[in-house]
Design a protein around this ligand. Structure first.
Ligand code: GTP
Ligand code: MG
Length: 213
């Protein structure tokens, strides 16, 4: 068995995986838990509770007729891109009364996905404002609900008052390949942002910020 010192001398020790934290967010019922579940290679951690009569008049279930549960803390999943790069996915709760958790949930994240349901575009405003305010890169993922109206990306951009550099991707949160495209877009946008802000970039990179905590 090789000792620690001989490992060091040989210089052949494998490097530790670099954890990258990504937040999956959006309004109530936009598909956050579904997306984390589609992407995760491990059984995702979920904190679902049944929607009871107590939610009547509190949670806006318009357009969400079949919705029976809701996330009350977070979703957690993992996806290994390669042995050195592991993405940790943190899904937010969707309801306003859980906003107090969001600052903790985004700590150390490199970027976020904002899932949008075109039947309830306004439900995405709070998440967009939040990430703009924290200057965390984000992409818009328009989730394809069966009866949701389809709008061209420029109309979605206008309706959500998005900066031109925020990407909009149409997705189906239930499909892994779709969800992966969203993540790749986010990673590319984030790297571009780091490159634009080169002198500041080092402090934003996950190794320095303790991502995945
Ligand atoms: N047709 C369709 N249904 C979807 C899609 N994504 C999610 N759903 C369904 O929409 C419902 C809500 O999805 P969730 O993933 O629980 O939404 P959420 O954003 O986590 O909800 P909260 O945690 O309560 O805010 C579920 O019944 C999903 O099966 C999609 O892309 N297409
Ligand atoms: Mg959820």
């Amino acid at each position: 068995m090789a000792s620690e010192s001989s490992d060091r001398a040989g210089g052949a020790r494998p490097t530790l995986p670099r954890p990258v934290k990504i937040v999956i967010s959006g309004g109530f019922g936009a598909g956050k838990t579904t997306m984390v579940g589609s992407l995760s290679e491990i059984r995702p951690l979920r904190t679902e509770e049944v929607l009871t009569e107590a939610s009547i008049g509190v949670d806006d279930l318009a357009g969400l007729a079949g919705k029976e549960t809701t996330t009350v803390a977070l979703d957690f999943g993992r996806i290994s891109i390669n042995p050195q790069l592991v993405l940790y996915l943190f899904g937010t709760p969707g309801q306003d009364r859980f906003w107090f958790m969001w600052d903790e949930l985004i700590r150390g994240a490199i970027g976020a996905v904002v899932l949008v349901d075109t039947r309830r575009l306004d439900a995405a405003f709070a998440a967009i404002d939040f990430f703009e305010d924290r200057q965390l890169p984000f992409v818009i993922a328009v989730n394809s609900f069966d009866d949701a109206p389809h709008y061209a990306a420029n109309r979605v951009r206008k309706a959500l008052d998005l900066d031109p550099n925020v990407s909009i991707v149409v997705t189906d949160a239930r499909r892994r390949e779709d969800a992966k495209t969203v993540l790749v877009t986010l990673l590319e946008d984030t790297i571009r942002k780091w490159d634009r802000e080169a002198p500041r970039s080092a402090e934003h990179r996950p190794a320095q910020r303790g991502a995945g905590r």
